[in-house]
Design a protein around this ligand. Structure first.
Ligand code: URA
Length: 298
């Protein structure tokens, strides 16, 4: 119990560890003690539901995230810092899917397939539990801007501000993005802004390829509905995912690529992420060149 931790230094170290692991936000009113959850793995209910819906033998895939997301051992005090021992009411349980990615992706594909509008896409995402990011996010972040647009900008993932607002790119990076767009005569009224994943990754880590892949059927549907001629992936994670390549953003940026996406022929122009530009103002020159290329194409 936290009450037992009268050592301020230990408690501070514990909180710092939680923050470093990405647990920097409360996601519910009541703390959840998963250890006291009857030995049932988080997400087990969802896995059963999906397995029933699609009775294929799941491959032996664990939901252990990529190395960047793997937690390290907590400080010694962590075991004492459990949440209240009374099991929470069932409606408070939030699933943490351990579903094999192909099962989640099939579920995403069928959920996205019948969607005919952005509001239906929002409803489909709200009832989709196949992406583990949803469990720790406060809000779904679907899009900001016009419903139909010639230019669609796709970033990496919602951050803290976006998670609170439920809209992509509303924090400092988004404000810079708006200024960049304004410099070539574009605005929220004329572009559509989204991300490769719809929920904030804990601690603002980069989404794993698996998380982006699970969200992809929804993003493809979104692209089909928005009907952009130009897609601007913002930053390395978005560029690699959208172009399905391994090259870094410095090689990809400022080069048009004609690609078939969501059944449409579109021109993609990766550029630097505005959050990177905030940290590295000297790189704004490169982003400016990319913006001028977009303006010329428009
Ligand atoms: N960074 C992103 O990639 N997307 C957002 O929505 C906000 C910050």
């Amino acid at each position: 119990m936290l009450d037992d931790l009268d050592d301020t230094a230990t408690l501070t170290a514990l909180l710092a560890w939680y923050r470093d692991m990405g647990a920097d936000e409360a996601v519910g009113e009541t703390a959840m003690d998963w250890m006291a959850h009857g030995g049932i793995a988080p997400g087990a209910e969802l896995r059963e539901r999906l397995a029933e819906a699609q009775p294929v033998a799941p491959p032996p895939v664990s939901n252990v995230a990529t190395p960047q997301a793997r937690p390290t051992a907590p400080p010694r005090a962590a075991p004492q810092a459990r949440a209240p021992s009374a099991p929470p009411a069932p409606r408070e349980v939030r699933n943490f899917p351990v579903t094999p990615p192909d099962v989640s992706q099939n579920a995403a594909r069928s959920a996205a397939a019948s969607v005919a509008s952005l509001s239906a896409l929002e409803a489909a995402l709200k009832s989709f539990d196949g992406c583990g990011l949803k469990a720790t996010a406060k809000n779904l972040c679907l899009y900001r801007g016009a419903e139909r647009a010639r230019v669609m900008l796709i970033g990496e993932a919602p951050g803290r501000d976006e998670d609170l607002a439920g809209k992509p790119f509303v924090g400092p990076a988004g404000q810079l993005l708006d200024r960049m767009l304004a410099s070539i005569g574009l605005s929220e009224e004329t572009v559509h802004i989204a991300n490769i994943v719809y929920w904030r990754p804990p601690g603002n880590r980069t989404p794993t390829p698996q998380e982006a892949t699970v969200c992809r059927p929804f993003l493809d549907r979104q692209i089909a509905l928005v009907e952009p001629d130009f897609i601007v992936p913002l930053g390395g994670a978005a560029a690699k995912h959208m172009l399905n390549v391994a090259e870094g953003i410095m090689r990809l940026r400022g080069r048009w690529q004609d690609v078939q996406v969501a059944g449409r022929q579109v021109r993609m122009l990766p550029t630097l992420h505005p959050a990177y530009l905030l940290r590295t103002p000297a790189a704004k020159r490169m982003a400016w060149r990319d913006l001028l290329m977009l303006k010329a194409a428009l």
